[in-house]
Every structure is written in C-alpha cells, then in structure tokens.
Design a protein around this ligand. Structure first.
Ligand SMILES: Nc1ncnc2c1ncn2[C@@H]1O[C@H](COP(=O)(O)OP(=O)(O)OP(=O)(O)O)[C@@H](O)[C@H]1O
Ligand SMILES: [Mg+2]
Length: 413
C-alpha cells in the first residue's frame, strides 16, 4: 500500500466513523421528504372539513359536483387532499359504502394518454402502454366504469400541467361522464397552484370544474413555525434544533410565499449540513447555509432547463465578464459576441428582437441584471447587463451542458 492509499483510507475512515459513531441528529429523516403525508395537518380545519363534507355526497351515491382546489405552492393542497381521502377509505372499510378512487399527478404523468392509463391502472383496467388513441383509451375507461357501478373519484393534481400542454379535451370528457352516462357517478377534484390555465378552458368545462372551490392561503411565519416544530419532534432527536433556527426558517419561508415545503426543506438541508460537519445542533447559521445551498441548486436547475439560445447568451456574457470586462456589458456588444458563438456551433443567431426578449426573461429569472440608461436625444437609450448570480455558479452550469460545455471548454481560463 503506498502513502496515497493511506491518505485516502484515513479520509474514508473519518467519514464513516463520523457517520457511525458521531453525534446523530436525525431520528427519522423520511418525515421531511416531500411525499410524506403527516398524521396531523395544522391550520387547515376549514379546508379539511369542507373537503370531507363534499366527499360524503359521493359515497352516498348522490349526484355530486366537481371541486377545484387552488393555492400557492407548499400550502398543503396535496397533503390535505390525500389525507382526507385516506381517512375516508379507512372509514368505509367493511361497510356498504364504496367508491373507486384514482389519484394522478398530471405533471408527472406527462401526457393525456398517461393520465388515462394511470386512472385505468388504479381501477383495475389494463391498458397497453402505446397503440391506442386517447379516445379509444377513454372509451374503455368509461365502459369499465359503467360495469363497475361504483362512484368514481378522480384527483387530478397539478392539472394545469395537463391543460397548458394538451388543452381541455380530457377534462371535458371527464366532466361529461355524469351527463352522458346515467350509470356513472363521477367526481373530479382538480388541484393547481397556477391559475393561468383557467383561461384555456372552455367556459362549460370551467364552470363544471369549479362548481365548488377550496382556497388554500399561504401560511404566516407563525403558522410555519408551529408546522415545523410539529415535524421536528418526529424528524430529530431532542435538543438538536435551536429555537432561533426554527424562527428563522419560518420567517424566510413566510416572506417567500408562505410555503411549508420550503420551510421543511430548510430544516432538512440544515440538518444534513450539521451532520456532515459532525455537529450536534442546528443553529441559525446552518439555516442560512441551507438557504444558500437551496438557492444555488435552484439557480443551477433554472439555467439547466433554459433553451439553447438563452444558454448561448449566458455563455457570451460569461466570456466577456471573465475576459476582464468586469463592468456592465452593453447589450449590443453582447449580441455580437452571442452571434459569433452561435455561428461556431453552426446555428444562426436569433433576431435582435428575440435576443432582447430572451435577455428580459433572463433578468426576470434573476440571472442577469439589466439596466437601461437614457443619454438624451443624441445618446439614445443604452441597455447594459451583468450577472446577478456568482460567476462560479454560471461556470458550473455551462460546463455541465453538453453543447455549450464543449464549445466553451477551450475558452475558459
Ligand atoms: N398544514 C400543514 N401541516 C403540516 N404539514 C404541512 C401542512 N401543509 C403543508 N405541509 C407540508 O408541506 C409540504 C408541502 O405541502 P403540499 O405538498 O401539500 O403542498 P401543495 O399545496 O400541494 O404544493 P404544490 O402546489 O407545489 O403542489 C408537505 O411536505 C406537507 O406535508
Ligand atoms: Mg401539490
């Protein structure tokens, strides 16, 4: 064994020793993951009882109305819906009350066909992965429902993702089930955190889907603090989380949309940081570090998913910035550099109008900072830009990109 091996084994030993013998703070980390449904949901009495009352019409085989649930991200829509339906399913076990239930996350399902297939799967109907038209698949689903003769409850979570891509055909067919098929009692619960899709709905579909509505308001910082403490008891050993840390996590998430998911993420990531350092208590400093690390991940993800030409603009700005032109860069000069880069990968540059609209988008996303200065009638208006996020982050995201990474690799310092 040479000395290098020794060095490595020391490092490995230290990491494993710390994991095995070091202080532990997580009692059960799983309860901090996004898909965990808590046994207790705070501050949602009104929504829970409204949903529960609404569902009783279904199990009593009464004609029912559909329901639309709306609220900003992380306000408990999915958790509350799944929680109340699970309770109902438990409650009716062994009784004469019956219904069939399907939960589909439309964003994860991706296509109309997959949404239908998910519904079919959960009610015991086999559909092939491909080969059927959506109409044919839907007809088979409908016939199956007629044969089952039980009320049908379908939750379409993140339903906006379906409508924005495919329009409202499927939703229309689902809302028609109660009218066209007298043998079927169906209830649709649509959930969304984005109301833009409503404009894309046919007025009949819209009025049918939102006959009843439940609104989820953002949580206040005080509410988030209690939600956090409730979960901390399950997730962490006693005395491993500082009160100030919880206050700070709640204050940050309270000021940013009142998002409980964000608050829980902050605590979880802070806990991971403490554990990696071999520490035994989460403090405000760890929450700040967690905030930066989550922010960093989010920025990387935003850049990663941008279209090619936006990445080329970022690449051009990066090269100009590290090339010593530290100050703000004139957008007209940036356009030239962007056009050169674009040519190097055999693409044609976008028109300057499109270029400016992509630049506006990059500034809305908080990646670049754009300033317009007015130099009077002679000088005209001059737009200048600079990055609004650290250069190391920009570099990391560019290097990872298969096209831009190859293009820029030789140009980096
Ligand atoms: N009232 C609450 N009490 C306890 N935990 C909650 C509460 N509300 C939300 N949470 C937790 O916060 C996280 C986010 O909640 P949920 O997934 O229900 O948000 P959502 O409203 O569906 O968000 P999105 O629109 O992004 O889908 C989950 O981990 C959930 O367990
Ligand atoms: Mg949700």
């Amino acid at each position: 064994m040479n000395s290098d091996d020794n060095n490595y084994s020391d490092i490995i030993d230290e990491i494993f020793d710390r994991a095995i013998y070091g202080p532990k703070i997580f009692k059960n980390k799983l309860v901090l993951f996004h898909d965990y449904i808590p046994k207790r949901l705070l501050f949602r009495e009104e929504q829970i009882s409204k949903l529960a009352r609404h569902l009783t019409t279904l199990i009593k085989h009464q004609r029912t109305s559909n329901l639309f649930i709306y609220g900003k991200p992380g306000t408990g829509k999915t958790a509350v819906t799944r929680y109340v339906i699970n309770r109902l399913l438990e409650k009716i076990k062994g009784t004469d009350f019956k219904f069939i239930f399907s939960y589909v996350n439309c964003r994860l399902a991706g296509t109309e066909y997959r949404v239908i297939k998910y519904m079919a799967d959960s009610i015991g109907l086999k559909l092939p992965f491909t080969g059927l038209s959506t109409e044919e698949a839907f007809n088979r689903l409908k016939n199956h429902l007629v044969n089952l003769k039980k009320p049908f409850l379908v939750v379409l979570d993140e339903v906006d993702a379906l409508i924005i891509r495919y329009g409202d055909n499927l939703l229309y067919s689902l809302t028609r089930l109660n009218y066209d098929e007298s043998d079927i009692i169906a209830m649709i619960i649509g959930i969304s955190n984005d109301l833009r899709f409503k404009e894309m709905l046919d007025p009949r579909v819209l009025s049918s889907l939102s006959e009843e509505e439940i609104i989820f308001k953002p949580y206040t910082a005080t509410e988030l603090e209690q939600i956090l403490w409730d979960r901390i008891q399950l997730a962490f050993f006693d005395n491993t989380v500082d009160q100030g840390a919880v206050k700070l996590a709640a204050a940050i998430s309270g000021s940013e949309n009142g998002d409980a998911r964000k608050a829980l993420d902050l605590i979880r990531v802070a806990g991971e940081i403490v554990e990696a350092q071999g520490g035994n208590k989460i403090t405000t400093d760890h929450i700040k570090m967690a905030y930066n690390s989550i922010d960093r991940e989010r920025t990387l993800e935003v850049i990663r998913t941008l279209p090619l030409h936006s990445k080329l603009i970022i690449g051009a700005l990066y090269l100009m910035t590290i090339g010593g032109q530290n100050n703000r860069i004139k957008s007209s000069v940036l356009y030239q550099k962007y056009s050169l880069l674009t040519g190097e990968i055999g693409e044609s540059p976008l028109s300057s109008r499109r270029f400016y609209s992509l630049l506006t988008e990059l500034s809305l996303l908080g990646i670049v900072n754009r300033r317009i200065d007015n130099y009077g009638r002679r000088g005209g208006r001059v737009t200048t830009v600079k990055f609004d996020v650290p250069l190391t982050l920009i570099k990391k995201s560019l290097v990872e990109d298969p096209i831009i990474g190859d293009l820029l690799i030789n140009k980096f310092d």
